[in-house]
Design a protein around this ligand. Structure first.
Ligand SMILES: *Cc1c(COP(=O)(O)O)cnc(C)c1O
Length: 380
């Protein structure tokens, strides 16, 4: 039986269906007219000059690394406390992920820990805006400048997040967002590379479509016959017009989605004050959180273990998820990460959980989540 209260639910109305139907009826499915409009819309929203839509955030991150010239023999500093897709593209490029520890308050990469791991082989830092909470970007931009490193932002969960009043995606050179159904807005699957550099965006557009020098959209609009060249080996990392049409419909609701998420998170913050042992998420003054997930930590002295809480919540019909994973403990990374000392990452991975939060969640559902949590902790 699926849980009565799911961990998340996309926020749709009829507009997504109608937008998709219009694309299908028009005969435009892959040429890229909708993709171009969606790129413009998202880039304008975050204040980035260019957006390149992709098949996922993972493929956008791969393009970002390749365009940064990251390759064999290079080291890339990255948090282990993230979804595994943050690190995989580093291996696609045959470079070496070097894991640095996070801050216990924000769960974001700690700039001092990142600095300690810089060597002569370090080429880039991939910083994650954890669950939609922006990392302390100025510290990382400064680090990148001082050591001559590239800074790539995994902003998968951070569409609409702000750092010192500016939107994530519009700060720095390269940021990647996700449109997976678990993220702020969705296109089913999808992602976007945001950049301030025209040459980077041109090359990303070429590489996402097999390395072709002429895109389908340019050819479609041309008054004369155009022949393309393939000078580099590219990929099929394209987004379809169907997805982009859905994304445009979702963009109409983005502010509403963010407002609802923040309202519900604020309510959780208040309700959870009554429960011992539960550490709510923090929001430093420089950040505006998207609350892509609402992540709570079970304090060290709690008599009920995190896994036990999750199992009992599910018995009540309430879905939860383990908070953030520790990539270095997965079999596919274990050998690579041998000897890494990441005590905060391991502690957070073992003691955090996500509780349901989605824009259509009712306050009644929220009361039930907190009530059940209280029952399990034995305080109600
Ligand atoms: C979801 C997520 C990704 C992967 O996004 P996809 O669009 O599914 O490829 C990468 N990094 C982080 C931090 C994520 O949360």
């Amino acid at each position: 039986m699926t849980p009565r209260i799911p961990i998340t639910r996309p926020y749709f109305d009829r507009s997504e269906e109608e937008a998709i139907a219009r694309v299908i009826r028009s005969g435009w499915v892959t040429q890229g007219e909708m993709v171009e409009a969606f790129e413009r819309r998202v880039a304008d929203y975050v204040g980035a000059p260019y957006g390149v839509a992709t098949s996922s955030c993972t493929t956008a991150l791969h393009l970002a690394l390749r365009l940064s010239g990251v390759g064999e023999g290079d080291e890339v500093i990255v948090p282990s406390l993230s979804y595994i897709a943050t690190a995989n593209p580093i291996l696609y490029q045959k470079a070496t992920p070097v894991f640095a520890d996070v801050d216990l308050e924000t769960y974001n990469l700690d700039p001092l820990k990142a600095e300690e791991r810089i060597t002569k082989r370090t080429k880039a830092i991939v910083v994650v805006h954890q669950l939609g909470l922006s990392a302390d970007l100025d510290a990382f931009l400064d680090l990148a400048r001082r050591y001559g490193l590239l800074l790539i932002q995994d902003a998968a969960c951070a569409l609409g997040a702000e750092y010192k009043g500016r939107k994530i995606g519009g700060i720095g050179d390269l940021a990647c967002v996700s449109f997976h159904p678990r993220k702020i807005i969705t296109t089913g699957e999808g992602g976007m590379l945001l950049t301030c550099d025209k040459a980077t965006s041109d090359k990303a557009r070429m590489l996402r479509s097999h390395g072709a020098s002429v895109s389908d959209l340019v050819r479609h609009r041309a008054q004369r016959v155009l022949f393309e060249k393939y000078e580099e080996v590219g990929y099929n990392y394209r987004m379809t017009d169907i997805q982009a049409a859905m994304g445009l419909a979702q963009m109409q609701k983005l502010q509403e989605i963010l407002d609802k998420r923040r309202m519900l998170a604020g309510r959780y913050n208040e309700l959870l004050k009554a429960l011992p042992w539960i550490v709510p998420p923090r929001e430093p003054v420089y950040a505006t959180h998207t609350y892509q997930s609402y992540c709570i930590r079970v304090a060290d002295n709690c008599p009920v273990a995190r896994d036990e809480i999750m199992a009992r919540m599910l018995e009540f019909g309430i879905a939860t998820r383990a908070g953030c994973m520790a990539i270095h403990r997965e079999a596919s990374y274990r050998a690579l990460a041998e000897g890494s000392k990441l005590p905060v990452t391991e502690k957070v991975a073992d003691t955090t959980l996500l509780i349901p939060l989605f824009p259509s969640m009712s306050t009644g559902m929220q009361d039930e989540v907190v009530g059940r949590l209280g029952e399990i902790l034995g305080t109600c």
